[in-house]
Design a binder for this molecule. Structure first.
Ligand SMILES: Nc1ncnc2c1ncn2[C@@H]1O[C@H](COP(=O)(O)OP(=O)(O)OP(=O)(O)O)[C@@H](O)[C@H]1O
Ligand SMILES: [Mg+2]
Length: 180
């Protein structure tokens, strides 16, 4: 376990990552654990780490339920405006025909609650789906750390940018099928 001190703040700049193939429920538990470990090393709060772990669970579950198999990768990156945890959930399943509909609360093609994707979008700071029919789905979700000084500054700058941009406090992009 990493104990952060002032002299160890260079840890904020170290790139760490984990990739977990997802073929069964056990893999979702593992991906969730990896996400939590990486988040706590990067100074995310306990609450933020739980948000990240929950988002990873939902994306892993979607891979299993809707695509059969895929992978979840998690990495920490130091970028110019802060430290960010990036989750990429990727599969080569059937794809999502209408991404905007899939993001509505309550929309499900499997008799589920239809709260997974919209929930992930709310839990994370940035969210993007790229999905092509018969070619699979990639979801990219990011959360910015406030633990590192540069992250805190980055977060402030980001928030004001989003306000100027008129977005509802979150960056969001969705790309539907281009191959239909
Ligand atoms: N990886 C994926 N591949 C194909 N379709 C997907 C994928 N992820 C989500 N979807 C589609 O988007 C819909 C909404 O997903 P969402 O996670 O919000 O709800 P759900 O999985 O149906 O139910 P739950 O609330 O249990 O998560 C799904 O019903 C499915 O049609
Ligand atoms: Mg789901």
């Amino acid at each position: 376990m990493l104990h952060m001190t002032k002299t160890q703040s260079a840890e904020c700049s170290r790139v760490r990552q984990a990739t977990v193939p997802v073929t069964s429920d056990v893999d979702i538990v593992l991906a969730r654990q990896r996400g939590r470990e990486l988040a706590s090393e990067a100074e995310f709060t306990a609450v933020e780490s739980t948000f990240i772990a929950t988002a990873i669970s939902e994306l892993g579950r979607n891979i299993l339920q809707h695509a059969g198999e895929g992978e979840v990768s998690i990495r920490i990156e130091k970028q110019e405006d802060g430290t960010v945890l990036i989750v990429v959930a990727r599969d080569h399943g059937p794809g999502i025909p209408n991404v905007n509909r899939a993001l509505q609360d309550g929309f499900s093609t499997s008799g589920g609650l239809g709260l997974g994707l919209p929930g992930v979008r709310r839990l994370m700071d940035e969210f993007e789906i790229v999905s092509h029919r018969n070619h699979g789905t990639t979801v990219i979700a990011k959360k910015w750390a406030r633990g590192c000084t540069i992250g805190r500054l980055g977060r402030t700058a980001r928030a004001s940018f989003e306000r100027r941009d008129g977005a509802a406090g979150r960056k969001f992009a969705a790309v539907g099928s281009a191959t239909r």
